[in-house]
Write a protein that binds this ligand. Structure first.
Ligand code: DOR
Ligand code: ZN
Length: 403
């Protein structure tokens, strides 16, 4: 069906991809097909997005967030449960999945909230959900949050870690977090380092959005993700971003972001923490950056100019998310897996402009950054980007996706 420079088994080969019933049937040099310019990479998996919706439809909806994901070459998004109202019970979980089924453009999965309030029923809720859906993880459990209903103590986290489910943690210890603007002056790096240290003592967790060398170095039992903004931005962007600067964990010093980029090979996963807020909300201090649409395109550009390798990029944006969260049928171009892939024309370098992006929030911290956006996106073999077909599905049937 298409023919070109395919990233296959850790290297580029000139070959064609044949698809049948949404899966890759064959990859081979002798296969015929329409020749495409640029490179064909596995579509990305973003294990950390906030698609809001419910009472925050003005910031983002599952529909607009997943459309942004699609335009960013992401075929599977894992939504976070700190919605209003929260997704902390089987009822609210089912309600959101049913909503997603009607409007998502990319494959969709959802984490369950873990709070001091639902921890004693956790096992029971998980069981009910898993009868119907694929549950990637419980979390991001917030050790500190402005919304008290979201908070969880180390004791509760410890008890919850006995349950047979992956728990993802927003690791900032409340003892080191103060409130103030800009937030990077008030949320210290110790908050992250101490939280990781404490969590490592009590269980095996997945750490969301680590932003400091010290925290990364303290992860020995668990796993972790890093966001593009902690790699590419720092407090030095405050002049440019002004009131948009708040994000949790906050932007760090230039030496921190430089360390993350230099140590890109050590990062297990890239995840966007796509956390859209309107400009008005940002002016009131809301923390969070949109990022699901720009993550893959910015890093493809960085791979094009040799700052990172294509192999390591694919590993962190597709292969490792699939392995770590059990999305067995996603993450690489292999016979039998879902035909989820993206054509990037490396000659087509563009400057990011918020008015061309699809998030409802209408701004980006990467205005003017260079990127290579997807030319074509295929999900389950359907060419969704050019033709505009909605191919996204919600992940059901737990066992099917677990490795
Ligand atoms: O900056 C952030 N915003 N960090 C988080 O962990 C949550 C997120 C949000 O939901 O707005
Ligand atoms: Zn988040």
């Amino acid at each position: 069906m298409i023919y070109g420079k395919i990233f296959y088994n850790g290297e580029f080969i000139e070959a064609g991809i044949e698809v049948e019933n949404g899966r890759i049937k064959r990859i081979g040099k002798l296969l015929k097909g329409r020749r495409v310019e640029g490179v064909i990479l596995p579509a990305g998996i973003d294990v950390h997005v906030h698609f809001r919706d419910f009472d925050e439809k003005h910031k983002e909806t599952i529909e607009t967030g997943s459309l942004a994901a699609l335009h960013g070459g992401i075929c599977l998004a894992v939504d976070q449960p700190n919605t209003r109202p929260l997704v902390d019970s089987e009822e609210s979980y089912f309600q959101r999945m049913e909503k997603a089924e009607k409007c998502t453009y990319v494959d969709y999965a959802l984490n369950l909230a873990l709070t001091n309030n639902n921890a004693n029923r956790l096992e029971e809720i998980i069981k009910k959900i898993q009868r119907k859906y694929f549950l990637p993880a419980v979390g991001e459990a917030f050790l500190q949050n402005e919304r008290k209903e979201l908070e969880i103590s180390y004791e509760t986290l410890k008890a919850a870690s006995m349950v047979n489910a992956k728990i993802t943690v927003h690791a900032e210890d409340p003892r080191f977090v103060r409130v103030g603007q800009p937030n990077f002056l008030f949320r210290s790096r110790e908050a992250e380092v101490v939280a990781v240290e404490e969590c490592e003592k009590i269980g095996n967790f997945h750490f969301c959005h680590l932003s400091t060398k010290e925290a990364v170095e303290r992860v020995t039992r668990g796993t972790f993700e890093v966001t593009p903004h902690h790699i590419l931005l720092s407090v030095e962007d405050y002049d440019r971003l002004g009131e948009l600067v708040n994000v949790n964990p906050p932007l760090r010093q230039k030496r921190d972001s430089e360390w993350l980029l230099k140590n890109f090979s050590r990062i297990q996963l890239l995840a966007s923490d796509h956390a859209p807020h309107t400009i008005e909300d940002k002016k009131m201090g809301s923390a969070g950056f949109p990022g699901v649409e720009t993550m893959y395109p910015i890093f493809v550009y960085l791979a094009k100019i040799g700052v990172v390798g294509f192999g390591e990029l694919v590993e962190k944006i597709a292969v490792n998310p699939s392995k770590l969260f059990g999305f067995r049928e996603y993450g690489s171009l292999e016979v039998g897996k879902l035909a989820n892939f993206v054509v990037f024309d490396l000659k087509d370098v563009q400057k990011i402009r918020s008015d061309k992006l699809h998030s409802l929030c209408d701004w980006t911290p990467y205005e003017g950054f260079k990127a290579v956006f997807p030319r074509e996106v295929y999900i389950r073999g359907e060419e969704v980007l050019q033709s505009g077909i909605r191919a996204g599905k919600i992940l059901k049937l737990n066992k099917k996706f677990i490795s």
